[in-house]
Ligand binder design. Structure first.
Ligand code: ZN
Length: 604
């Protein structure tokens, strides 16, 4: 059933101190037998059933002037008593989720994703929507940042907005606060950056760098320099806090959560590590404007927000995006080649430190994201591989494989855009290997069978050598060593010993024991608190230092509390694995490799 009249919404941050929004949904011509309403159970871009309905504190209905009943039909749906209209349903929604995936309200800001606050009247999913965003009493200085279409609201102002349908309504999150703002043009369209939260950032620097990254991405998909982006405007909605990290993509905006120290300072050197992380996050979410918001797995066309939407392709959507988020920094000239190689070395390191990559394939990790990757526990490193990190590594291997055959992942992305992005046709589950074959002009099915459907590591060292880059491995030097750089220890030093565990910070509590490793073989388990090694008191640092002085094959006695019981473990130490990767330019690379490297990284 399609209805000409819009679904009208009205949202007020009604109680900032108690984190409550009041949201009204009005339907002029409800289903006379009893209009049903539902809330999504998940939000596109984050593959976990979040049950937004659990934050609905109260819900009431009126038919004209008369109060009528509204009853729960399932965990996320309601049905109002029969009414010929107009029908208004009002919900009070608790909003204190600082992440980019829900809704948040306190005296400093109000933020929401539509999926967390707007009930959808059943049968009106395709109807246009209007939203009145009402200024709260606390927010006399607040402005509004959203890419919802303005109907009767000034730029950055409170008032009436609209969306073509419910799917669009929930894909333009709304920020209300006293935010800072900077603007630039890229891809022929205006871009805004708003930053909420206390900060002292050099926003002009941020805008300059984002402009280059955005233009490079528009050119990648457009195929020509100064290509046009596929949206009328774009918004980076940034929230700066003490500690935080996260991003969620939308069709013409992204919500980013970062540490205020990630923002560029006015006297910053050429490129600080934290700022590089923020640029990569912004680059990642922006890339999604093409790759997952417009080029979508067939399983997401349309989104079924009532239940899990299964696809074995998240590795290609999140993995390619994770590959390009860093690559866009070097290709756009924002980051130098050494900086890029450091980031790539870290990504490879994170995959090599995951024993689960030999248990779960990328395709399986994609399919089971809902119950595994998004629900990490103590056994996750042993059983799960990240479709982000290994997906990025396989994207790198695929890019180099295609480049060695005269094509590239860039060419594959443009084919995806032409066939699926521009047309709105969902990407079938078997499409990407076929496109790769088409680009390479040969059968690459064994590549996908081994590295995507299977659990093999791609032959990165060989591929990188063909691109004039040397891949080296060494043992980790401490728990903060994320790889990407050559270590301090001489290369000929014998490998230190290892317990094959990951400890918490603060107390020596085991977060993970790695499968078949020294601690796991001796019976130590996640949750155990190590109190002594060979009779000496344990702190996380002391454990690390003590074990690093030993050699593989030596035995130590570990005392640990399991719950409140003290247990002694006899542990035979392993050699620390060479799972820390760093990449360097090959000074002796032949001309063909140097040419391939130039086409891949731009300069160098
Ligand atoms: Zn992503």
């Amino acid at each position: 059933m399609r209805s000409a009249s819009p679904t009208r919404y009205h949202i007020v941050p009604i109680d900032a101190r108690q984190h409550l929004f009041e949201v009204r949904c009005e339907v002029d011509d409800p289903d006379p037998s009893g209009q049903r309403f539902h809330l999504p159970v998940w939000i596109p871009g984050s593959y976990l059933v979040r049950e937004f309905a659990r934050h609905v504190v109260e819900i009431t209905a009126r038919c004209g002037e008369r109060a009528i009943s509204i009853d729960k039909q399932s965990k996320s749906s309601w049905r109002a008593a029969p009414c010929t209209g107009p029908l208004a349903v009002t919900a009070t929604i608790y909003a204190y989720d600082l992440s980019v995936r829900g809704a948040y309200l306190d005296e400093t800001r109000a933020y929401f994703n539509g999926a967390a606050v707007f009930v959808c009247p059943e049968g009106r999913e395709r109807s246009p929507c209007e939203v009145d965003i009402v200024r709260p009493s606390e927010g006399s200085h607040w402005r509004v940042a959203t890419t919802l279409e303005q109907v009767d609201a000034p730029r950055f102002g409170f008032g009436r907005y609209r969306a073509d349908d419910y799917d669009a309504l929930i894909d333009h999150p709304v920020e209300m606060a006293s935010f800072s703002h900077v603007a630039f043009d890229a891809g022929g369209v205006p871009h805004d950056v708003t930053v909420t939260g206390r900060h002292d950032a050099d926003l002009e620097r941020l805008a300059r760098d984002l402009e280059r990254i955005c233009q490079w991405q528009a050119d990648l998909f457009g195929g020509t320099p100064s290509s046009r982006a596929p949206f009328a405007r774009y918004l980076f909605q940034v929230t700066a806090v003490g500690e935080g990290y996260g991003g969620l993509e939308h069709r013409s905006s992204t919500s980013l959560l970062c540490s205020r120290n990630d923002l560029p300072s006015r006297d910053m050197p050429a490129m600080a590590d934290d700022y590089r992380t923020l640029l990569a996050l912004a680059s990642h979410e922006y890339f999604h404007s093409w790759h997952i918001k417009r080029i979508k797995p067939a399983a997401f066309v349309p989104y079924d927000l009532a239940r899990e939407a299964y696809t074995r392709q998240l590795w290609a959507f999140e993995g390619f995006t994770s590959y390009y988020d860093d690559l866009a920094l070097v290709r756009s000239g924002v980051l130098d080649v050494a900086g890029y190689l450091e980031l790539a070395g870290r990504t490879i390191t994170s995959v090599l430190r995951t024993p689960g990559r030999h248990r779960q394939s990328l395709a399986q990790s994609s399919f089971d994201a809902w119950i595994k990757f998004y629900r990490p526990d103590e056994n996750t490193p042993n059983a799960v591989v990240s479709y982000y990190a290994k997906g990025a590594v396989v994207a790198l291997a695929l890019d180099l494989t295609l480049r060695l055959r005269g094509s590239s992942l860039d060419a594959l992305m443009r084919l995806l855009w032409e066939r699926y992005g521009r047309t709105g046709i969902g990407v079938p589950e078997d499409a990407i290997p076929k496109l790769a074959n088409e680009c390479a002009q040969r059968d690459l099915s064994s590549f996908f069978a081994r590295y995507v459907e299977g659990t093999d590591d791609p032959p990165l060292a060989e591929l990188l050598r063909e691109a004039g880059v040397v891949m080296s491995l060494r043992p980790a030097e401490g728990t903060r060593d994320r790889g990407g750089r050559a270590g301090q220890a001489p290369a000929d030093r014998p490998s230190p010993a290892s317990l094959a565990i990951k400890l918490a910070t603060g107390e020596a509590k085991i977060l993970h024991t790695f499968r078949d490793g020294a601690a796991a073989r001796a019976g130590l388990a996640a949750g155990d608190v190590i109190v002594a090694v060979d009779g000496l008191r344990a702190t996380p640092d002391a454990v690390e230092r003590t074990i690093a002085r030993r050699r593989a094959g030596e035995r130590v006695t570990v005392h640990a509390f399991r719950r409140d019981e003290l247990v002694a473990f006899d542990v035979t130490l392993d050699a620390a694995p060479s799972d820390t990767c760093f990449l360097t330019l090959d000074a002796n690379a032949p001309t063909a490799a140097i040419e391939l490297r130039r086409s891949w990284l731009g300069s160098a």
